[in-house]
Design a binder for this molecule. Structure first.
Ligand code: ZN
Length: 662
């Protein structure tokens, strides 16, 4: 069951092609399979003080040193496979222009992208397009020594075929290739262990957040804690070193406390310190520089308990923060005026802070694929007592939008020029606002009935929670309040956002799904749930029309669609507040999982002709530091010229402290 709801959401704007101001910055870096690598600009970096730049630099080092951890969490053979492949890549003695070597290079690029051998999004294992014999001979010729166990893991489609299994009725732990549980541990054993160690106090420790469960020689379950001197200690030592360096450049006492608590937590693994760190972090609102570094989101653990390592270092975008501040300031108004039953509303919405940030380094589970919004911490009691921080990451959104310009997508899938023009004018703005509403007020809205926890919705909790936040945002996107607040220029603009959401949920997000497969990922399920529910319940507000054998969404009554969003929001809030598992299951299974095979086929065919990549990821800027004779930092500059392969090879060379077997 999913203990914690997702809070780091990927609104994944990869499918939108919005207009932005022209820039000379080169956004696209590389393209392979279904992936496109972009670079992001870091605007306003030069306006920061030397102290802030130095802080960013130290935190970026702390971020990069954790890279190996994620590879190992994603699968216990990943580091062995990555290292063998990198060594072969560097030492291959023959012509690199052959189809086999090119296939091998694509495979390695994919391993880097996924931080392992399973697709970052579908979680299915991807197979090499070169054969095992070629690999063995090439390694021999290049003098690469590797563990034979990696061969079936790489080449046999039946071995570790899924990183995470979410299928009902089978052992989720035993059938997932992720490394949150050691060999032989079953779901029942892991659940029994968590149940026996669960902390039911008012300020509970998140037992299992920072550990792997393994079976010892006697067959008992044991916890291996992620900490200095424990599991992943070699990497966490480096992280701690750079967090300690960062302390020297802290902007204020609150930020200093954040760093100190996190350092101690990494050193001890003591979850009490993790709670203290989270609280200190929520309270740090004044610093310009901020960061996430550690075991954070729990989507990749099939039982939703253990955190996946990630880091994102950032600084406040002062201008754009004004936008989310306005939304956040009106949180209570939004809560009071939503369509949900008054008994499910919060009397007092508190602790919704909102800001727009500029990402300065991405690492772990935020790299190369990355969320465009963050809402942390994940512990509900801390959110309730102390609030949470919610951010949108504008420079990444901007990179997505720039890279998607003029790619033909809207021409292919949008029904007419009217909506295309509206979308070109307001699409990016609507996307920003929807994300802001989702993150700043959507997740924080509503309350649970006494005795109900979010655990109640079990495997459907993530999908339902995302739908709740999305619907909250969609409902208000069309509210005159946004025009009144000056966030939207008129009452036409929101239509661009509505159209895009419905088109994506009904049709175009299917480009991410292989033929014959169901939708499994929670955000995608949520989007189809909303669009499909509205489509099924519409009486003329929206329809799918056919033209020359192609289907298009046509919206006839936007105000009516808003009514449908409002109705569904009320029901989803009821399901969450009441913990109505049966209704959640019915809702998800009816609207969110199954795909219309004919429409799917058509969308894939139309999309393929555009030759676009459905998933995007990033390369980071390179930090250059100048120091004086005393070793003090005198200047920090960013360099954006590094390519995708160069970056990963450099990271593996310079930031790879873990042994291959952990
Ligand atoms: Zn979300």
């Amino acid at each position: 069951m999913r203990k914690q709801i997702l809070i780091l959401c990927t609104a994944l704007l990869a499918l939108c092609a919005c207009q932005h101001k022209v820039s000379k910055f080169e956004y696209t870096v590389d393209k392979f399979y279904d992936l496109e690598i972009l670079r992001y600009d870091v605007p306003d970096f030069d306006s920061l003080t030397l102290q802030q730049k130095s802080l960013l630099y130290c935190l970026s080092e702390a971020a990069l040193w954790g890279r190996d951890i994620l590879f190992d969490q994603n699968g216990r053979y990943n580091l062995r496979i990555r290292r063998a492949c990198e060594e072969l890549y560097l030492n291959y003695p023959f012509d690199k222009g052959t189809p086999e070597f090119e296939a091998f290079e694509r495979y390695l690029k994919r391993v880097w992208f996924s931080n392992g051998i399973h697709h970052h999004y579908s979680e299915d294992k991807f197979l090499p397009e070169f054969d095992k014999e070629w690999f063995i001979l090439a390694c021999d010729a290049a003098g690469v020594v590797y563990d034979d166990d990696i061969l079936p893991v790489m080449f046999d489609p039946t071995v570790m075929s899924k990183r995470m299994t979410a299928q009902d009725g089978i052992d989720l732990v035993a059938n997932s290739a992720g490394n949150y549980y050691g060999p032989g541990v079953t779901q029942a054993e892991a659940e029994a262990w968590y149940a026996a160690h669960k902390d039911d106090s008012a300020e509970p420790l998140w037992i299992g957040l920072n550990s792997q469960l393994v079976k010892n020689e006697k067959g008992e379950i044991e916890e291996r804690v992620y900490k200095v001197g424990g599991l992943y200690g070699e990497a966490l030592e480096k992280v701690v070193y750079w967090l300690s360096e960062a302390l020297r450049y802290a902007e204020n006492d609150q930020q200093r406390e954040v760093l100190e608590k996190l350092i101690k937590f990494n050193e001890t693994g003591d979850l009490r310190l993790f709670n203290e760190y989270c609280i200190a972090w929520v309270k740090d609102l004044d610093s310009r520089v901020d960061f996430v570094n550690g075991f954070t989101e729990t989507y990749s653990d099939p039982l939703g308990i253990t955190g996946t390592w990630e880091s994102m270092v950032n600084f406040k975008d002062l201008k754009a923060t004004h936008r989310t501040q306005l939304i956040s300031d009106n949180a209570q108004w939004f809560e009071d005026h939503s369509t949900t039953d008054p008994k499910y509303k919060k009397e007092e919405v508190k602790g919704v802070t909102a800001k727009v940030i500029t990402a300065a380094i991405l690492a772990g589970d935020c790299y190369p694929a990355t969320p465009i919004g963050i809402n942390l911490p994940n512990a509900n009691w801390i959110r309730k007592e102390y609030g949470s921080k919610s951010v949108t990451i504008d420079n990444l959104m901007h990179a997505y939008n720039e890279a998607a310009k003029g790619n033909g997508f809207n021409e292919e899938f949008m029904v007419d020029d009217e909506i295309r023009n509206l979308y070109e004018q307001y699409g990016a703005l609507c996307g920003d606002l929807h994300t802001d509403l989702h993150e700043c007020v959507g997740h924080g809205s509503g309350k649970m009935m006494p005795g109900v926890t979010k655990d109640a919705l079990r495997e459907h909790a993530s999908t339902i929670e995302e739908a709740r936040a999305d619907l909250f945002g969609l409902y208000y996107l069309a509210d005159p309040k946004l025009v009144e607040l000056g966030l939207l220029p008129n009452m036409e603009a929101y239509k661009a956002g509505y159209y895009q959401q419905l088109m994506n949920g009904l049709m175009t997000q299917l480009v991410r799904i292989e033929p014959g497969k169901d939708i499994e990922e929670a955000h995608m399920r949520n989007r189809q749930l909303i669009a499909n529910w509205c489509y099924q319940h519409a009486s003329g507000e929206m329809e799918l029309i056919e033209r020359d054998g192609k289907h298009y969404l046509q919206v006839n009554d936007y105000e009516g669609v808003r009514g449908l969003f409002g109705k569904l929001l009320a029901e989803i809030q009821r399901i969450v507040s009441e913990g109505d598992y049966a209704a959640a299951k019915e809702m998800v299974e009816t609207y969110a999982v199954k795909v219309n095979p004919d429409l799917h086929k058509e969308v894939l065919a139309r999309y393929e002709k555009l030759n676009l990549a459905p998933y995007k990821g990033f390369v980071n800027p390179v930090y250059h530091v100048e120091r004086n004779a005393a070793g003090e930092i005198t200047n920090v500059t960013l360099d954006f010229s590094e390519g995708y392969i160069e970056q990963h090879l450099r990271y593996s060379r310079d930031y790879s402290p873990l042994p291959s077997v952990n």
